[in-house]
Design a protein around this ligand. Structure first.
Ligand SMILES: *Cc1c(COP(=O)(O)O)cnc(C)c1O
Ligand SMILES: [Zn+2]
Length: 417
């Protein structure tokens, strides 16, 4: 029923496994042994064509179901995931001296971040295996996404987040009815605890960079971007990077489209990291091997991309190297500045990790890394309402504030004229 999957291939040793042979990673390397889902593109090409999509009115990620690692007859969750707007942003482009710039707004997904794309797949995979419980460790958004998607199908779930996660994200978990474990430690601590507990109690594990199917949900953004651009792939895609699962997924989606012959060239992938959590940027700059580079201590206001040891570092490195892209590092100050800078000419309100992608574009333009004629896509991965405290800091940083007034016209005129 998943006859379109050839095998799962270990990124470290290249060994292949049948999909039902291993649950998550290559057993030869512990939690590091991330595998890639490999497909029979001939078979997929016979099941779905670009022509079919023209007449498909299902505007969710499920319009690409034959390209996803799920059974053909599996039921999909009812929340609408996918087909977020790809805005052509002319004023923003003009400010940067660019001609063609789009923003893909994944802050519009049901739980307000990109992670819904992956969690939707996790819920289906868990239900295919009749899992009684799904677990995840997350900086907040993957948790909220799993929590919301589970609520939509009545699936019990348990969530491990660092106790420092922004309150809005924790509120989402509690509202959706998850069992919430606030870990006194970092995301990396939460990740380890979740791994151990899931293994011990037999829970289905959604962890990023461990569960191979999360990349497969995230890749749908590439299908959408290319379809929304009439199958003319952009020249570059900017996205922020923490664990590296999103950028790996973007690369996977583009690879699928190239294999199917639906696009004819690979965009350059630009991974933007926070300077305080720049493991991959450093490794890329210095030519370090990410299999032996030790963890760093991560601190950034962009909590969603704070990762001391990026779990999907192999896929992320490959995404940037194989596409002749680049990693870019931006400071917290630049990230905060990017929130209003992106919002004011577009109406798109991003959380810090979402705005980081735009901060990366600004830096790339200033450093002459992109040329004016390129067709560029920036992905906003999370909604600004996820982290109101950072948004308030951002506007204070540029000297914007509300004006208080007594409720009379005379008083109003004294301040606005
Ligand atoms: C998770 C997340 C990212 C980074 O994705 P990785 O797969 O960890 O690289 C970026 N932005 C937001 C808003 C996120 O939630
Ligand atoms: Zn292996």
């Amino acid at each position: 029923m998943t006859d379109h999957i050839l095998h799962l291939k270990c990124l470290i040793c290249g060994k292949t496994y049948a999909p039902d042979e291993i649950a998550y990673v290559c057993p030869d390397h512990g939690a590091e042994g991330i595998v890639d889902v490999q497909y029979d593109y001939d078979l997929i090409g016979r099941r779905i064509s670009q022509g079919d999509l023209l007449y498909n009115t299902n505007y969710t990620i499920w319009r690409y179901k034959p390209l996803l690692p799920i059974n053909r007859d599996s039921k999909v969750p009812p929340l609408t995931v996918g087909w977020t707007p790809l805005y052509r942003t002319r004023r923003l482009a003009a400010e940067l001296g660019l001609k063609q710039l789009w923003v893909k707004d994944d802050g519009r997904l049901p739980t307000a971040s990109f992670k819904d794309r992956a969690s939707a797949i996790a819920v289906i995979k868990a239900q295919e295996q009749q899992a009684t419980m799904i677990a995840v460790a997350s900086t907040g958004n993957a948790a909220a996404a799993l929590s919301g998607l589970c609520a939509s199908v009545g699936q019990p779930n348990i969530i491990f987040v660092p106790e420092t996660a922004p309150p809005a994200k924790i509120a989402q978990l509690l509202v959706f009815g998850s069992q919430v474990i606030l870990v006194k430690g970092s995301y990396d601590d939460a990740f380890e605890l979740c791994l151990q507990a899931a293994a011990k109690y037999g829970w289905y594990n959604r962890n990023t960079g461990y569960n191979p199917y999360m990349t497969e949900g995230k890749k749908t953004v590439s299908y959408e971007i290319c379809e929304q651009l009439g199958w003319r792939a952009p020249d570059r895609i900017f996205v922020s990077v923490g664990d590296g699962c999103i950028i790996g997924g973007i690369h996977k989606g583009l690879t699928d489209l190239l294999e199917l012959g639906w696009i004819n060239r690979m965009p350059k992938l630009m991974g933007v990291q926070a300077a305080g959590s720049a493991y991959l940027y450093e490794a890329w700059q210095n030519g370090e091997d990410v299999l032996i580079k030790p963890p760093i201590k991560a601190t950034t206001i962009a909590d969603s991309i704070s990762a001391g040891l990026p779990r999907d570092r192999l896929k992320a490195m490959r995404a940037v190297r194989e596409t002749q892209g680049a990693f870019i590092s931006v400071t917290d100050k630049e990230i905060l500045a990017a929130i209003p800078a992106l919002a004011r000419p577009t109406g798109i309100f991003a959380e810090p990790a979402g705005a980081a992608a735009y901060a990366g574009l600004v830096k790339a333009v200033n450093e002459g890394l992109v040329s004016a004629n390129e067709r560029i896509v920036v992905i906003n991965t999370g909604n600004g309402l996820k982290d109101v405290a950072s948004a308030m800091t951002a506007v204070q940083q540029i000297g914007t504030q509300a004006q208080r007034v007594e409720p009379s016209l005379a008083a109003l005129e004294r301040i606005i004229l």
